[in-house]
Design a protein around this ligand. Structure first.
Ligand code: NAD
Length: 436
């Protein structure tokens, strides 16, 4: 099939390349000319494990190409995916300007009977809005909702082996249905993973999934803070609770709040959808409030160790990306911490294995960004672990102790052993852990 993926970001580049990998001819189109020029030269503008080899293989195989002529790319395709950003706009609602602009382009440029697939995360009613924009298109248009569930850091696996593929499609639209089935057939060989539903339900499903995951995180973050107050250990509580098969073990880890380009905006957008429908989604609203508080915890812990003032203190930060295995720093808890440290007159020396370049773009010379994690810790009054990259899990603590001015470790992900570190002479502070 000839596919055009409009929007070549984390979702568009991975899924466009994935569709090429399973045999389609895909043009990834984007209005960002610099990004497209880099891709045409073989450079991958984001860090996603395994993506570079998959792009190279499919470009060489003649199945994948990149273009910033969005109109011509649309005209050459039978299926056009909308995979542009839907950031948080006013009042917490999703900003749909990019989606609407792409729909308009499709209406102007499509010459074949086309299935338009909305992959961006969009609120209920967007599918209908896209149809309205396409009403005067020259060719026949079919509009389908197919929200994306991939996780950055494991996106290729998620694309090729998805838990489920949600497709919102009119029941009587056999043309769109057959094309979608054919498209996803190669990833459904072992069992059918497609969950068919109405477009409105598909749109809502994506927000409900993200909000439920965010809610689990916020709940455990609050419980971790309670553990700190009452002397319980959140590790033990998590194990005790998560071993109940009705609850399960995933998404029960406490930390400095959730970040990234999805959970924060999607939780807020779902609350907004509910308000527009005349009700308050109390759990979603509270999930966001708890998360904002959780993001302040690391700075609060630091202040408590320095008699309330961080002025002049040198703080090392390990991990800037919102989670390991990505270079995405959007809404990352590390940014909340770094901003607070800078505002309070602390010096910041930060390290991240993949997000150094984007952090440099954001902070310039306001923070130090040395090449190695140990260099970041040199002369530090405290080291704060924010993102649990594997390389931070078992560092050479003896070396760290000699490098740091003061042996204070704030473990924002509870991955180190407090007992062991205390016996080495460190002051150790996690979130809701006694230290085992
Ligand atoms: N990042 C994730 O992990 C993830 C996972 C699931 C769903 N989503 C959803 O997928 C959508 C895309 O997210 P992302 O993280 O890939 O965004 P992104 O910001 O990484 O990429 C969006 C791309 O769209 C391009 N673009 C914007 N307007 C355009 C236009 N008019 N024509 C062509 N290109 C245009 C931008 O230049 C950019 O390259 C969002 O709705 C997001 O919520 C993201």
């Amino acid at each position: 099939m000839n596919i055009c993926m409009v929007g070549t970001g984390y979702v568009g580049l991975v899924s466009g390349t994935g569709f090429a990998e399973i045999g389609n001819r895909v043009i990834c189109a984007d209005i960002d000319a610099t990004k497209i020029a880099r891709l045409q030269k073989g450079e991958i503008p984001i860090f996603e494990p395994g993506l570079d080899e998959m792009v190279e293989r499919n470009v060489k195989g003649g199945r994948l190409s990149f273009s910033n002529d969005v109109g011509a790319s649309i005209a050459a395709s039978q299926m056009v995916f909308i995979a542009v950003g839907t950031p948080q706009g006013e009042n917490g609602a999703a900003d749909l300007r990019a989606v609407e602009a792409v729909a308009k382009m499709i209406g102007e440029h499509a010459i074949n009977e086309t299935v338009v697939v909305c992959k961006s995360t969009v609120p209920v009613g967007t599918n209908a809005k896209v149809r309205r924009i396409l009403a005067n298109a020259k060719a026949k248009m079919h509009v389908v909702s197919n929200p994306e569930f991939l996780k950055e850091g494991d996106a290729i696996n998620d694309f090729l082996r998805p838990d489920r593929i949600v497709i919102g499609c009119d029941q009587d639209d056999t043309f769109a249905r057959e094309l979608m089935e054919k498209l996803y057939h190669p990833v459904c060989l072992d069992h059918d993973r497609i969950v068919w539903m109405a477009p409105q339900s598909a749109e809502l499903t994506k927000y409900v999934a993200n909000t439920m995951l965010a809610m689990r995180i916020s709940f455990m973050n609050e419980i971790a803070q309670l553990c700190d107050k009452v002397g319980a250990d959140v590790h033990d509580v998590r194990l005790g609770v998560g071993s109940d098969t009705r609850i399960g073990t995933k998404f029960l880890y406490s930390g400095p709040g959730y970040g990234g380009s999805c959970f924060p905006k999607d939780v807020t957008a779902l609350s907004h959808t509910a308000r527009e429908a005349g009700m308050e989604l109390t759990l979603a609203e509270t999930t966001d409030i708890v998360n904002q508080r959780a993001k302040l915890v690391l700075a609060q812990k630091l202040r408590a160790h320095f008699d309330g003032s961080l002025k002049g203190k040198r703080i090392a930060v390990w991990g800037i990306a919102f989670k390991p295995r990505t270079d995405d720093i959007r809404e990352a808890p590390a940014l909340t911490l770094i901003d607070a440290l800078l505002a309070e007159g602390a010096e910041v020396s930060a390290h991240d294995p993949e997000a150094r370049a984007v952090a440099k773009e954001k902070y310039g010379t306001r923070i130090e960004l040395p090449e190695t994690a140990y260099d970041a810790a040199k002369g530090a009054d405290a080291l704060v672990l924010v993102t649990e990259w594997r390389q931070y899990q078992s560092p050479d603590f003896e070396k760290l102790k000699t490098l740091m001015r003061r042996p204070l470790l704030i473990d924002g992900r509870n991955i180190w052993s407090g007992y062991g570190l205390r016996s080495m002479g460190f002051t150790y502070d996690g979130i809701g852990v006694r230290g085992s």
